[in-house]
Design a protein around this ligand. Structure first.
Ligand SMILES: [Zn+2]
Length: 381
């Protein structure tokens, strides 16, 4: 059984000599190391685990990322859909890791009849996780922190790509097959450390199926949004692959109730894509319950003028009116330096969880529907 394939020509080309980076055949912690995921060579009706070799760190230590694939019946690779699940591209955003683990625990019992393929990367950014923070650390010139979710589809080193860009390049080309191995993408995040929301998503409604993908989440907030260049979501969407970014509550926790909700969501998507046809009646199209979802086009952030401590006056998802006090900024003695007012009527969307704040730090972000027609596809102020 062949588990690995030769290096792509493109990957070999930048190596200088093929043997220098051809680690095909390595085994790490009992898991085969691959340089390219070729779904045709992944066993059908099975869950397979791999490490993808994504390059080296400063000094040469090898870097790998884990990949799990659930391939269904042999014919379903052609006739079924291929779903990508990814998590922890920001190293402090960990709820999605557990969602993927639980989905794959579930798929063990279903993979024999699965009508399609699920490809997952539970930890996209192992360097960020190691450093217990958001970004990828690249060591050149004393070091830079790089947001990996702004550098997709990546770049190879001979063209100037750094470590983060090489990581993105390897994922885009050597797991997702330069879009050929993905039909729909879900990228799992949480807000950055220090902030708190409920369950929400970014969705670019301009591409068909994205709206359906977002509404199946039954989120607390659904942000219609044109996306961020270089993000996983927007890179998929730019390549006509429906995708959304799911944001789950808070960084650096495993929030069981949100993990449960997103686990159920992924199951609704698997059902909608007919990868796992509903056991009850697969001819019935699921109607999402959006009775508690706030669907908005616009976010408006507020910023502290002074460093100090932020005292929240409004909780996440609470309605606000324009001009309503939403936070106080206090100094170390407890004096109020300023009171932050809501810039719009809407809902408190994201609130500081960390009380310490610096000048320019977010004192609370409001979600609402702008009347400006230019915001119909989404705005962030
Ligand atoms: Zn994130």
């Amino acid at each position: 059984m062949q588990l690995v394939t030769p290096l792509l020509v493109t990957l070999a080309a930048f190596a200088g000599s093929a043997h220098a980076v051809n680690f095909t055949g390595d085994v790490l912690n009992g898991v085969p190391v691959i340089s390219f995921l070729d779904l045709a060579n992944v066993p059908s009706q099975a869950i397979s685990r791999y490490y993808l070799r994504v390059g080296e760190l400063n000094g040469g230590a090898a870097l790998h990322i884990p990949v799990m694939v659930a391939r269904g019946t042999p014919e379903s690779l052609e006739i079924g859909k291929k779903l990508s699940l990814s998590a922890a591209i920001h190293g402090d955003e960990l709820n999605g890791v557990r969602v993927i683990q639980r989905i794959f625990e579930q798929l063990k019992g279903l993979v024999g009849t699965l009508n399609g393929t699920v490809i997952s990367i539970p930890t996209v950014n192992p360097i960020g996780i190691y450093l217990n923070q958001r970004n990828y650390f690249t060591a050149g010139a004393s070091g830079f922190l790089i947001n990996v979710n702004r550098v997709f589809p990546g770049e190879i080193p001979p063209e100037g790509g750094n470590g983060a860009e090489l990581l993105a390049y390897n994922i885009w080309n050597n797991i997702w097959g330069n879009k050929s191995q993905v039909d729909v993408g879900i990228d799992l995040h949480t807000p950055s450390s220090g902030g708190e929301t409920s369950l929400w998503c970014y969705a670019d409604f301009r591409l068909p199926y994205v709206e359906r993908l977002a509404k199946l989440l039954q989120p607390d907030t659904l942000k219609i949004d044109v996306g961020e260049p270089g993000s996983i979501e927007t890179t998929f969407v730019d390549n006509s692959i429906p995708a959304i970014t799911v944001e789950m509550g808070q960084a650096k926790v495993w929030n069981v109730s949100l993990i449960d909700r997103v686990y159920d969501y992924v199951n609704r998507v698997l059902d909608d894509l007919l990868i796992i046809p509903s056991s009850s009646n697969s001819t019935t199209v699921y109607q999402p319950d959006l009775s508690k979802s706030y669907i908005v086009t616009t976010f408006h952030d507020t910023y502290a003028t002074y460093g100090g401590f932020v005292e929240q006056l409004v909780t996440v998802d609470e309605p606000v009116t324009k001009g309503q006090p939403i936070a106080n900024i206090r100094n170390a003695f407890g004096d109020i330096l300023e009171t932050i007012l809501s810039p719009e009527s809407g809902r408190m969307f994201q609130s500081p969880r960390d009380p310490s704040i610096e000048p320019g730090g977010s004192a609370g972000e409001i979600a609402y529907n702008s009347t400006d027609p230019e915001c119909a596809d989404g705005c962030i102020f």
